[in-house]
Write a protein that binds this ligand. Structure first.
Ligand code: BG6
Length: 294
């Protein structure tokens, strides 16, 4: 659907506006009673969430590219149907193809609590048919309200064997990473992607003074981002078996093209993930993972 078709289809939603970037990427501006959110149809990607009278919750790279088929750096990319490198084919794109695919809008709902829910979907064809999957799709539901909630639901219909992993890859905005900590992971084991070792979180909080890339296994469902001893953001997760924490720090930031050299000081990725490769057989299977930021 092009921009004018979308505008006429959702004409009765006065709180929604559609815009197109110079490169042709369509985004929706959602104004709920409590907040404003921006969602790009490419990747069902939330690029902004600002509650009334509050600052932006999400970090978005000033060097982000808004081009068809290129991931947008920052906001909330969706990693699906695999996280990181593809398990068997390294030529396939890092973090899957959902983040660079164009989603359809299924419906937009104004809820009684003053929030707005946008439901998008992506139907998968092509390569996955070789696994015998007749229908495999992803629904992404984004609620823009007092909080921001992103829910991904993977649906396999009549499939008999398909592996997948996934993540809601949120880039949170922080004023100064060195005065920021993350509470809620004490006594949790994690895989340190930088050292290749399994380690355990002994401190109450995770502190940031160097590059970090960790996969916490079976973490608590409630995490708090703390800035200078004050609670900044609360993160609630469900349906996930891992939390990924990432900040590229000085050297890695310089190597990432669409990432400003100093950008690492103002962001922190806290990602709700399912990384134990799933392999479903027969019948209709549905699995949801959700992250709420408030
Ligand atoms: C994180 C990974 O989730 O995403 C990191 O743990 C990775 O290893 C980071 O570098 C960014 O990935 P990308 O593909 O968006 O540059």
């Amino acid at each position: 659907m092009n921009l004018s078709q979308l505008k006429s289809r959702f004409l009765n939603h006065e709180n929604i506006n559609f815009l197109s970037s110079a490169q042709g990427l369509v985004k929706l501006i959602v104004c709920s009673h409590h907040s404003t959110g921006v969602i790009h149809l490419q990747g069902a990607h939330v690029t902004s969430f600002v509650p009334k009278n509050r600052k932006e919750f999400l970090w978005l790279s000033p060097l982000a590219k808004y081009k068809k088929g290129k991931p947008i750096r920052g906001g909330i990319p969706i990693c699906w149907p695999w996280f990181g490198a593809h398990p068997s084919d390294p030529s396939l794109p890092q973090h899957g193809f959902a983040r660079t695919s164009i989603f359809e809008i299924d419906k937009i709902t104004d809820l009684n609590d003053g929030s707005v829910t946008v439901q998008l979907s992506l139907q998968v064809r092509g390569d996955y048919l070789k696994f015998g999957v007749l229908s495999f799709y992803l629904k992404v539901q984004i609620n823009v309200g007092v909080s921001l909630t992103v829910t991904m639901t993977s649906v396999i219909d009549n499939g008999y064997s398909i592996p997948w992993s996934e993540a809601i890859h949120s880039y949170l905005a922080v004023d100064d990473i060195q005065n920021t900590s993350l509470f809620g992971l004490r006594d949790t084991r994690y895989y340190n992607q930088l050292s290749g070792q399994v380690e355990c979180q002994l401190d109450d909080s995770v502190y940031f003074d160097q590059e970090i890339d960790r996969i916490y296994k079976q973490p608590s469902n409630l995490l708090t981002v703390i800035y200078k001893n004050k609670n900044l953001l609360k993160i609630q997760q469900s349906g996930s078996d891992a939390t990924v924490i990432w900040n590229p720090w000085v050297n890695k930031a310089k190597l990432i093209q669409d990432f400003p050299d100093q950008g690492y000081q103002n962001m922190l990725c806290v990602e709700a993930a399912n990384l134990e490769t799933r392999d479903q057989r027969s019948g209709k299977q549905e699995h949801s993972i959700s992250q709420m930021i408030s």
